[in-house]
Structure formats: structure tokens, C-alpha cells
Design a protein around this ligand. Structure first.
Ligand code: AMP
Ligand code: ZN
Length: 664
């Protein structure tokens, strides 16, 4: 087999596995074996750039940056849908359709209405050439680079596809992935995203496609447009596009009457909660494409389709009180305390009001009867006020100006969605929040100590920060309520054992704003010990891979604070790990100490291995060329602009081989 054939065979095989995994949900290979094959292909492609293919499975990981998204005119306009809310609405529509067509046996295809961001994909000769957002329906933004990272979007089709067509669908973010993203954000002290739909559409416009690649987005397709497609009905279109490799949900049903359509609607109104992603209704389409053509369009929507919106699950109840929660980073969240009410199978007592703007926008007041809705969000939200029953003496809500916990005046920096309590070291929920984060599973993972005990210990004056945990004694703990001898001993033992937790997790545990698990790992690797990290400037920090300005300045600020320095000194004296452990350092040298490398292009070894090699030998990896760059390691296909920049800044350009020689 020639190299070219070998590359093609691997690409085909990986495509098939991608399709099995992401489209059919039935993988036939282990993740490990998949990775091996992908690596094999990467290595071959790196060695043979002449066989480059923009649609290779190796390019799914993203990395390309789009600064400005081009505007592209849709060859076929993307329409809205008319809405219907009752069986009568549908019967009226059926009558109109029958009258225009002159046929009284119209068939309908029923599909679910996926709630995400609309997208139009253009394929030519079986290859994805363009992906464009809906925009205003006439023209949208080209987001091809980002869409290519979504694994359920086929880059190369299979079977008997037409030479050229557009296919429309919806980019959705399934609940599971959405919740995971939010857990991470919360752990990092960031505000959670509001709902999957907005997060999905926001993802399409991210400039860095590798960030898009990390989001578990999916692309569900529902209609194909083009000339000479040789397709007779919508139902057939769904089946055919599925066979070309697209993810086309299989719940679609062919219905012969409005009664059958209503049965489909009623079934999914209940069972949609079992689906992994959000849906907000059913789309009913005239099945015969010839009829669709005859029916045509109004100024904004097709006459041959109708959306039937599910009733958002909504109830009304009385708002008893607005309380304000203070998070570990000091962010204030207003919470509505409600007269308990049943909603979508659970009793709801509280709903989020998000922030001051939301309260103002809705003009929510205590004593109001409010409408509460449960959509994709984890927490129910208030969507409106029943003004007809507003009490006469009701007063507008005055957003608090002082922290409900410590009475410090709140601040709101421009651009921030929320108010903050700046009293970081004196505000009880911020203090306990930091300690709770410190002991949490992914941080110091302290056995025998839970969130409630932290609050109790704080209340009793036994701890004021996480360093205080290390001086607790069994004698101090015993007098506490519900603290048996055994639990007290376990707590002290658990704390003592945590001194073995590796540096990167200690760094995460410190609770530096924006320093989540991954960032902590990067920093630990780049700086090896806390002293080096402490003296790093924001500029230097920002040269570390994936560390942006926002994180860098937060780190600097943290280490400038006397209180933090004092706590760290104490933790050091208790024996916590403030440097990368010795066995991690084995195989590592300081040969590249003080040098910053930028790597660009395709290499013999994987880029990650190359970066690791630099870091393991004391060097730093920078993300862009600057006067601080010591060497640019150039691989195949390095962009010409990188070369020009390096030359203009007198940064020496070396090959992979020349780099390896430095290490011998
Ligand atoms: P609307 O934005 O409420 O007018 O609804 C129209 C949008 O519904 C379209 O732009 C599509 O993106 C979306 N949609 C979701 N699922 C479907 C489906 N199965 N068929 C057609 N459109 C759909
Ligand atoms: Zn406070």
C-alpha cells in the first residue's frame, strides 16, 4: 500500500468510527484504539504534507482563529416558521393547504423542533465547504472553522449524495455537556451559563476554534435544499440524508391526518423530557416536496410547514421575599422565595432572579404573583408578573446596596453582570466558601470534613481561613455539637493526610479567581514551584499556553496580597506541597531555563509532545511571537506571517531537529 493509500484508509476508518460514535451513538472501537489510529494518521500527515486535506479527521481539534466572520448570502433563504398552539390552528392550516393543492389527503412529516442555533451547511462533491449561521435569513456569518470541530458534522459524505446541496439543521448543546460546563464554571468561580440554547449559539461565534472543539455540541439536521436532488418527500429526505452520514433524529413520523399529528405532539409533550437535548415544539411539514413548491412562502415563512409550540411549563405563584446569596467569589445572586408550587413534577420554592437588571426589566416586587417557568435551566426562573393582581400598596424593588452578610458596600464594575461584595477576607460566606472549595474533592479532598462542618468551625471561631485547618486539635473539636471522638480524630487525620496532595491541586485549592483545575495544572507545569509563580509578572504569565490576560492579572493580584502571602507561608510550614514532586521532575532538566519557545506548523512528533518536551526541560511555551520569544520552532506549513513576524523581531527560527539537538 502506498503512503497515500495508507493515509486515505486511515481517514476512512476514522470517519467511520466518528460516525458510529457521534451520529449513531454506537461506537465499535475503544477510545484508546481510536486515539492510536488518530495519532498514526497525524504522524503520517505530518511526514507527508503533500497529502494535506482540509477535511481530514485530524483537523477536528480546532486551533484556527477567526478574527472576523465573513458575511455570506444564503443561496436559498432561511425562513422562520409560523406557530400554532391548538388542534384548531392545525385544522385551519390543513384546510388552506388542501384548497391550494386540490387534494384532500395531505400527508405530513412530524419532527421535533430542536432548540439551538440554526445552521446551513454547503456540501460539494461530498465535502463540507461552508457553514453559515441563519443571520437575518438572507445572509449570515460564515463559521466553517468552528463547525468543523463538531464531530457529528460529517466532513466527507458517504453513499449516493448529490454533487451540490445545502443542508439545514440546528446546533444544540445536550443537557449533560451543558451541566458539566456549568459545574466547571462554578468550580472556577465563574457565573454559570443561563441555558443551552444561548450557549450553543454563542459557541458558533467564538474566535478560537479549539474552544469550540472542547464544547460537546451536536448538529441535528432536518432539511435539504438544492437543484436536482432526486428526492420526492420530506420523509425520504430525512432517510437519505441520514444515509449520507448526517445526524438526523429518528423520531420523525409520517402522519396521514391532523389527529395523528396531535397524537405525535401529545406524546412528545410528555416524553421530550427524556431526550438528551432541548426541544420546544413539533414541526409539521407537508410531506410531498412537489406540493411544498406549489405552496411556496409568505414574506417570512413557508406555507407548507407549521411549528406547534409545546407549552413551556409555567405556573404562577406568590413571591414572598427576595433574598441575596453571596458566592465564594463575592458575586451576589438575587433569589426569589416563592409560595411552594408544583412545576414539571417537582415542588419549587425558589427561583433565580439572576441580577439587578433582570429584576428591573421584569419590575418584580415582593407580594407579586409571578409566572415561573422551567426550561433547560437547572433552576426555574421568573418570566413575568401578573400585574392584574398586584397589591395596591406594592413598592418597586430596591436592589441592595450593601452585602447582606457583612454590610460592606457592594460594587459593580462596568461589564460585570453582577454586583460583588469586595470584602473578600471578612465576609462570612466568602470565607467559608473559600475553605469549602479548598477541601473539595478535586482540590485537597480532605476526608472527614464536609461543608457544614466548615460552617460550624467558622461560626465557633475555630477557623478563619484554610490554613487554620492545619492547627485544629481533637481537644478543640470535641466540645462541638454532634462531634464524636471518632469524627474529631478522623477530621484531624484527614487534614494531616492532605499534605501529600500534589502541587497542582494545592494551587487549584488556593481559590485564585479564574484558576480552575486545568489552569492550575498549566501553571504548576510551567513554574514548577510556588516561589517562581509568585514572582512571575502578568506579562510573563500570559506567555504560558492558554493563560490569558484576565487569568494572569488575577494571579498577580492574588500574590500581591499580604494576607494570601501570610497564609501560604503558614501552609508551607505545615508541609503542604508547593513544588512539583521529585519523581515528576525525573526525566526533566533545566536545560531550557529562561527560554521561551513558540511552536508553529506540523512536526514529526505531535505538537503536544513537543510542548511537553520544552516544559519538561525548563522552557516555556508561548502562544504568540513577541520580543520575549527565544526561538521559533518551525514545522511544515508554518504560516508566512509567523516567519515575517519572527524575522522582524530578530527571533531565531529553528527546525525540530535543531531543537532536539539542544537537549542532547
Ligand atoms: P422560529 O425561529 O421560532 O421561527 O423557528 C424556526 C426555526 O426552527 C428554524 O430556523 C429552525 O432553525 C428551527 N428548527 C428546529 N427544528 C426544526 C425542524 N425539525 N424543522 C425545521 N426547522 C426547525
Ligand atoms: Zn460581604
Amino acid at each position: 500500500m502506498s503512503v497515500k493509500e495508507q493515509i486515505e484508509a486511515l481517514r476512512d476508518e476514522l470517519r467511520k468510527h466518528n460516525h458510529n460514535y457521534y451520529v449513531l451513538d454506537t461506537p465499535t472501537i475503544s477510545d484508546y484504539d481510536f486515539d492510536l489510529k488518530l495519532k498514526e494518521l497525524q504522524a503520517l500527515e505530518a511526514k507527508h504534507p503533500e497529502f494535506y486535506d482540509a477535511n481530514s479527521p485530524t483537523l477536528r481539534v480546532g486551533g484556527e482563529i477567526t478574527k472576523n466572520f465573513n458575511t455570506v448570502v444564503h443561496e436559498y433563504r432561511m425562513y422562520s416558521l409560523d406557530n400554532s398552539y391548538s388542534k384548531e390552528d392545525l385544522l385551519d392550516w390543513e384546510k388552506r393547504v388542501e384548497k391550494i393543492i386540490g387534494d384532500s389527503n395531505i400527508e405530513f412529516t412530524c419532527e421535533l423542533k430542536y432548540d439551538g442555533a440554526s445552521i446551513s451547511l454547503t456540501y460539494e462533491d461530498g465535502k463540507l465547504v461552508r457553514a453559515v449561521t441563519r443571520g437575518d435569513g438572507f445572509q449570515g456569518d460564515e463559521v466553517t472553522t468552528n463547525i468543523k470541530t463538531i464531530k457529528s458534522v460529517p466532513l466527507q459524505l458517504k453513499g449516493d449524495y448529490p454533487a451540490k446541496f445545502d443542508i439545514r439543521g440546528e446546533i444544540v448543546l445536550p443537557f449533560e455537556g451543558f451541566n458539566k460546563m456549568n459545574e466547571e464554571r462554578i468550580a472556577n468561580g465563574e457565573d454559570p451559563y443561563m441555558n443551552p440554547r444561548n450557549t450553543a449559539s454563542g459557541s458558533l461565534k467564538l474566535q478560537d476554534s479549539s474552544l469550540v472543539a472542547q464544547r460537546p455540541l451536536e448538529c441535528l439536521l432536518y432539511s435539504v435544499v438544492g437543484a436536482n436532488l432526486n428526492i420526492e418527500t420530506q420523509f425520504e429526505a430525512l432517510e437519505k440524508t441520514r444515509s449520507w452520514g448526517f445526524k438526523v433524529p429518528t423520531v420523525a413520523k409520517l402522519c396521514k391526518s391532523v389527529d395523528e399529528v396531535m397524537a405525535f405532539v401529545e406524546y412528545w409533550d410528555v416524553h421530550r423530557h427524556e431526550l438528551p437535548y432541548e426541544t420546544d415544539g413539533v414541526v409539521v411539514k407537508v410531506n410531498t416536496l412537489r406540493y411544498q413548491e406549489e405552496l411556496g412562502y409568505t414574506s417570512k415563512s413557508p406555507r407548507w410547514a407549521m411549528a406547534y409550540k409545546f407549552k413551556a411549563e409555567q405556573v404562577s405563584t406568590v413571591l414572598n421575599e427576595i433574598s441575596y446569596q453571596v458566592g465564594r467569589t463575592g458575586a451576589i445572586t438575587p433569589v426569589a422565595n416563592l409560595e411552594p408550587v408544583l412545576l414539571a413534577g417537582t415542588t419549587v420554592k425558589r427561583a433565580s432572579l439572576h441580577n439587578a437588571d433582570q429584576i428591573e426589566k421584569l419590575d418584580v416586587r415582593v407580594g407579586d404573583t409571578v409566572f415561573v417557568e422551567k426550561g433547560g435551566e437547572i433552576i426555574p426562573k421568573i418570566v413575568g408578573v401578573n400585574l392584574e393582581v398586584r397589591p395596591q400598596d406594592s413598592l418597586p424593588t430596591h436592589y441592595i446596596e450593601h452585602c447582606p452578610e457583612c454590610n460592606t458596600e457592594l460594587i459593580r464594575t462596568e461589564g460585570d453582570a453582577k454586583h460583588y461584595c469586595p470584602n473578600e477576607y471578612g465576609c462570612p460566606p466568602q470565607i467559608t466558601g473559600k475553605i469549602q472549595h479548598f477541601i473539595s474533592r478535586k482540590a485537597m479532598d480532605i476526608d472527614g470534613l464536609g461543608s457544614e462542618t466548615v460552617e460550624l468551625l467558622f461560626k465557633e471561631g475555630l477557623i478563619k481561613n484554610y490554613a487554620d485547618l492545619y492547627t485544629l486539635t481533637v481537644e478543640q473539636l470535641l466540645p462541638l455539637e454532634r462531634m464524636a471522638k471518632k469524627s474529631a480524630e478522623n477530621l484531624v487525620k484527614g487534614v494531616a493526610a492532605s499534605v501529600e496532595i500534589p502541587f497542582e491541586r494545592v494551587l487549584f485549592a488556593l481559590g485564585i479567581r479564574f484558576v480552575g483545575e486545568t489552569v492550575a495544572k498549566k501553571l504548576a507545569k510551567a513554574y514548577k514551584n510556588i516561589d517562581a509563580l509568585m514572582y512571575a509578572s502578568a506579562l510573563e504569565l500570559a506567555t504560558v499556553d492558554e493563560i490569558g490576560e484576565r487569568i494572569a492579572s488575577s494571579v498577580v493580584e492574588f500574590f500581591q496580597n499580604e494576607i494570601n502571602l501570610d497564609i501560604i507561608n503558614r501552609l508551607k510550614s505545615y508541609g503542604l506541597q508547593f513544588q512539583v514532586s521529585a519523581d515528576k521532575l525525573l526525566n526533566q532538566t533545566e536545560k531550557l531555563k529562561g527560554q521561551t519557545y513558540v511552536v508553529s506548523g506540523v512536526f514529526e512528533m505531535s505538537r503536544n509532545d513537543l510542548k511537553k518536551l520544552i516544559e519538561d526541560n525548563g522552557g516555556k511555551v508561548g502562544s504568540s511571537i513577541s520580543s520575549k520569544t527565544t526561538f521559533l520552532i518551525a514545522g511544515d506549513k508554518m504560516g508566512p506571517s509567523k516567519r515575517t513576524k519572527a524575522e522582524s523581531l530578530n527571533v531565531p527560527i529553528i527546525t525540530e531537529q535543531e531543537f532536539l539537538e539542544k537537549l542532547t
